[in-house]
Design a protein around this ligand. Structure first.
Ligand SMILES: [Cu+2]
Length: 323
């Protein structure tokens, strides 16, 4: 396949991968920025690809993975109001501004909610996933808020306008929180986490441009936990962010949507497609006894689009006592 064909094929793969959030923009401008940065010379002769790479890498603001811009498809995430310093109790609020410049008031319900708000510090720490309330008069979303630590945070608003031609959008802003900032060390891969007495183990892999299944298994004192409660239309909710720029992956739960009141577990599966090779920060929310816990993982995505080999699962998470 020649370089142009390969680019087109890769673009098509991305459209598949990001159909929900990326479909319309990619169909209009097939993968402009992503294909340029995604086609390093190692992939083959680089004549046309190199020319593409010299062009302005981002010709449209709507190109690229979700979660990297405060605007897309004409929708804008307004500035975010929040407490200034850690420990200050207050409110976090913002608006989604529609293409006409008015606050967006009509949303589709996705994963049980009209808007999902993800907040995480730039080093991947202090993840929060909350559901603000929309004030239909003021047009603002708000939620009670207290920062736990200083630093530079990314706020992601994940929503879908109710208009029939709209797709899912993930808009993002940076919010600085005053005070001494002690960044964590760069994340090392890990596929096991312990939270509130629960052990959560992640199996599976991530691969660039290829949908992969990830399965989280929850145990307590070595026993499988089968009392997971439905949370956001599944027995768990997974957010994945690319280390380095915190690009946002839409991860879809697999399996039948749980019936309210029924419990599940110990395994919860998801299908995820990484936009590129590299390291990803994963946050799994699961609910037991009416409390939502968050397990965190760090996974490296392989170059799946050119190399179909299955990546080795990470081994440095200390599985000495594994099953
Ligand atoms: Cu949510």
């Amino acid at each position: 396949m020649n370089a142009a064909g390969r680019l087109a094929a890769f673009g098509a793969g991305l459209v598949m991968a990001f159909a929900a959030a990326y479909g319309v923009a990619a169909a209009v401008a097939p993968g402009t920025a992503v294909t340029a940065s995604q086609n390093p010379g190692a992939d083959g002769p680089g004549g046309r690809a190199a020319t593409t790479g010299q062009a302005s890498p981002v010709s449209l603001p709507s190109a690229g993975p979700p979660g990297l811009s405060l605007a897309r498809d004409g929708y804008v995430l307004s500035s975010v109001r929040a407490p200034i310093a850690p420990g200050d109790r207050g409110t976090l609020s913002f608006a989604i501004v529609d293409p006409d410049g008015e606050p967006l008031l009509d949303y589709a319900t996705v994963h049980d909610k009209q808007l999902h708000l993800i907040v995480v510090r730039s080093d991947g720490q202090h993840f929060a996933h909350v559901h603000p309330v929309l004030d239909h008069t003021a047009g603002t979303w708000s939620t009670p808020w207290t920062w736990k630590a200083a630093g530079s945070y990314r706020v992601f608003a994940d929503f879908q306008p109710a208009r029939a031609d709209s797709t899912k959008l993930t808009l993002t802003r940076t919010v600085e929180v005053a005070g001494d900032f002690a960044p964590s060390h760069p994340a090392a891969t890990r596929t096991m986490d312990e939270i509130a007495g629960y052990t959560v183990e992640l199996d599976g892999a991530l691969s660039a441009g290829v949908s992969k299944q990830l399965t989280a298994t929850v145990t307590r004192d070595g026993d499988p936990v089968t009392t997971l409660q439905p949370y956001l239309g599944a027995y768990g909710h997974l957010v994945a962010l690319r280390e380095g720029d915190l690009a946002y992956l839409h991860v879809h739960p697999e399996g039948v949507e749980p019936v309210a009141g029924r419990t599940g577990g110990p395994a919860v599966s998801f299908a995820a497609t990484a936009p590129t090779a590299g390291r990803y920060l994963l946050y799994l929310d699961f609910k037991v006894d009416d409390i939502v816990h968050t397990a965190t993982f760090v996974v490296d995505a392989a170059r799946g689009n050119t190399d179909q080999a299955e990546p080795e699962p990470s081994r440095d998470a200390g599985h000495a006592g594994g099953h």
